[in-house]
Design a protein around this ligand. Structure first.
Ligand SMILES: *[C@@H]1O[C@H](CO)[C@@H](O)[C@H](O)[C@H]1NC(C)=O
Ligand SMILES: *[C@@H]1O[C@H](CO)[C@@H](O)[C@H](O)[C@H]1NC(C)=O
Length: 425
């Protein structure tokens, strides 16, 4: 059953209409979760003739990169020259040469960049290039004709950079805050809103480029009644390699406090803001399957949660988690196991991201439910990293023009899920 999401994606795409849309309003791609790595991957089309690629999603990654060493064949591949306008969009100062026969990923006088695999924290040199890129358009209700960007900028990486990525994937789709990340490029190409949205699922979820509506079955526009919080810029790069003065491409939000059962948890406040060296603060990540908390925050949250749930029998913790319960003594609700709500309080007391049982608890076996947070150690660069499990079945809109994040909290409350976009045509 290991390959079921992959199989599911290929079935979905058998019916994908290869007619073309001139002026799409938005684009859509299904996003599957790989059960063995817990990574999320999207399906996109590239090259001439088109090939479909499964790319692992890194919400804070700087751009899209693919393995060009193995089987890259395309009549529309063009290397980006160094010192060109496209090269400066990528913030590159390097010129690349390649001492071998010319092929995609190996040309002279090209714009050199450093594609990163943030799952294993590895960067290598790579050549910036353009090629045809395509995704289904959408009116927000269902997929429509394919929309094609003829000169989509991406980076080539070597096959070795695929280490640690889900089987069947051939690169990473980075959606971070740069001028060449896919959301920015596609918004410019198709002149649609500088907005993208993700709705992750434990099975098949979706990603959208462009504005709403975003309507999930049974007819619920999940972009209605979102809560908004400013996206913050970390002035110091959090990537493996960076040029001097480069800002982080990752999405940070301003968590001011954490409440459990509406009671504030005592935390060291200075860990919650980003300092001059770029340390501290809260970011959103699809690289980490579970939320990571700096050690002192982790201990405080676990302590407060254990007190709030003191009536339920604890069992021996199962790694990587530190607090587990006898599942039979926890009731179930529409929003998952009936446990105290965890609130990430944002710019004001009445604006918070409420995490319910479906997102806070992980069923490690039939009998054991664990609090799905992981200890990040004592001096992590970022104090709170909101990970995949906490994002699932929550609709998130990244509004780049207004530099704000819109979030829905659990869609289970509205009787839909992130799998419920009507993807069949
Ligand atoms: C790049 O230039 C060098 C030196 O002129 C040459 O040996 C090499 O074959 C060239 N590589 C490519 C990919 O054209
Ligand atoms: C709070 O965190 C900051 C940043 O890590 C640290 O320098 C300081 O010592 C901590 N304060 C306390 C009271 O632990």
């Amino acid at each position: 059953m290991d390959s079921s999401p992959l199989l599911f994606l290929s079935i979905l795409f058998l019916s994908f209409p290869l007619s073309f849309s001139q002026k799409p309003h938005a684009l859509v791609s299904p996003v599957a979760k790989d059960p063995s790595t817990l990574q999320y991957f999207a399906k996109v089309y590239q090259r001439t003739p088109f090939v479909s690629l499964n790319l692992v999603m890194d919400i804070g990654g700087r751009y899209l990169w693919v393995d060009c060493d193995k089987g890259y064949v395309s009549s529309t591949y063009r290397p980006v020259r160094c010192r060109s306008a496209e090269c400066s969009l990528a913030n590159s100062i390097a010129c690349g040469d390649c001492f071998s026969k010319p092929r995609p990923g190996c040309n002279n006088n090209t714009c050199g960049v450093f594609p990163e695999n943030s799952f294993i924290r590895l960067s290598t040199g790579g050549e910036l290039a353009t090629d045809v890129f395509s995704l289904p358009s959408t009116d927000g209700y269902k997929p429509g004709p394919a929309a094609t960007d003829p000169h989509f900028i991406f980076s080539c990486g070597p096959t070795s950079l695929l280490e640690g990525l889900a089987r069947g994937t051939t690169g990473i789709i980075g959606l971070g805050r740069t001028k060449i990340s896919p959301p920015e490029q596609l918004a410019a190409t198709f002149s649609f809103q500088r907005t993208f949205a993700i709705c992750l699922s434990g099975s098949i979820g979706f990603m959208f480029f462009g504005g709403g509506p975003y309507v999930f079955l049974p007819g619920i526009d999940v972009s209605k009644s979102l809560i908004y919080t400013p996206l913050l810029v970390n002035p110091v790069s959090t990537a493996g390699t960076s040029v001097n003065g480069e800002k982080s491409a990752e999405y940070f939000i301003g968590v001011k406090s954490i409440k459990i059962n509406e009671k504030p948890v005592k935390l060291n406040q200075s860990l919650l803001s980003i300092n001059k060296k770029g340390f501290g603060g809260t970011k959103i990540s699809t690289v980490n399957p579970y939320t990571l908390l700096e050690s002192s925050i982790y201990k405080a949250v676990l302590g407060a949660f254990a007190i709030a749930l003191s009536k339920v029998k604890q069992v021996a913790p199962v790694a990587p988690f530190g607090l587990c319960f006898d599942a039979k003594s926890i009731g179930s609700t529409r929003v998952g196991p009936g446990v105290p709500a965890i609130d990430l309080v944002l710019q004001s007391e009445n604006i918070y991201w409420r995490i319910f049982g479906a997102n806070s608890m992980v069923a490690v076996s039939d009998n054991v439910l664990c609090l799905g947070f992981v200890d990040a150690g004592t001096n992590p660069m970022t104090s709170i990293v909101i990970g995949g499990h906490q994002l699932e079945d929550n609709f998130l809109v990244f509004d780049q023009a207004r530099s704000r994040l819109g979030f829905s909290s659990s869609l289970l409350f509205r009787q839909t899920t992130c799998s419920n976009f009507n993807y069949t045509t």
